[in-house]
Design a protein around this ligand. Structure first.
Ligand SMILES: CC(C)(COP(=O)(O)OP(=O)(O)OC[C@H]1O[C@@H](n2cnc3c(N)ncnc32)[C@H](O)[C@@H]1OP(=O)(O)O)[C@@H](O)C(=O)NCCC(=O)NCCS
Length: 160
């Protein structure tokens, strides 16, 4: 059974575990606790058979929602969880009156870029050598943004 849930500070440990399975430079439990404590933070997760397998976390910065992280457990990928979470997150953000969403992604992260572009995110900047990988290599960050249609009362629908 799977369900979409709102993640709260008591979920920080599970979020850190999931993040560590997905990124070279994971954020620990206290980092998640701190991020969740900031006013305007919004975190959603997908729980599959009692286990957190996918998450999205955003922060409100000057009236814009910045998506800080999106991650799906390696064993649970390509099951539509990332897409489902982004859709739910967009709907929740529109309901909260958010007008614009931003995020950054490694230039070589084709999977995530495909996911974001399917929702209409468009690139509007680049930070050279922004990410440093565990093997010492670096990758550029591409900055993406999406204007949310608050008049329709619904989040953007994916085009793919
Ligand atoms: C990016 C990530 C969150 C996608 O999560 P997911 O739950 O597997 O995504 P979905 O199953 O909902 O995929 C939705 C669409 O995104 C695209 N996509 C996702 N992963 C992809 C991949 N590895 N290669 C190509 N396209 C991919 C596809 O268009 C996919 O649709 P499809 O399966 O119908 O072809 C996941 O791969 C992940 O956690 N990666 C490591 C962490 C990361 O890079 N996060 C993003 C940082 S900005």
């Amino acid at each position: 059974m799977t369900e979409v849930v709102r993640l709260l500070s008591e979920d920080a440990g599970h979020m850190a575990e999931l993040h560590a399975a997905c990124f070279d430079t994971p954020w620990d439990e206290s980092a998640f606790r701190d991020l969740l404590a900031v006013p305007g933070a919004l975190a959603l997760g997908i729980v599959e058979d009692g286990r957190l397998v996918s998450l999205i976390l955003s922060a409100l910065v000057a009236g814009e929602a910045d998506i800080a992280t999106v991650a799906t457990q390696p064993t649970a990928r390509r099951k539509g969880y990332g897409r489902k979470l982004l859709q739910e997150w967009l709907s929740a953000s529109v309901a909260l009156g958010t007008e614009r969403a931003t995020l950054d992604v490694a230039a070589d992260n084709e999977g995530a870029i495909g996911l974001y572009e399917a929702f209409g995110f468009t690139p509007d900047g680049r930070r050279p050598n922004y990410y440093r990988r565990a093997d010492g290599t670096k990758a550029d960050a591409i900055l993406y943004s999406l204007k949310l249609d608050t008049s329709a009362g619904l989040g953007a629908a994916p085009t793919a």
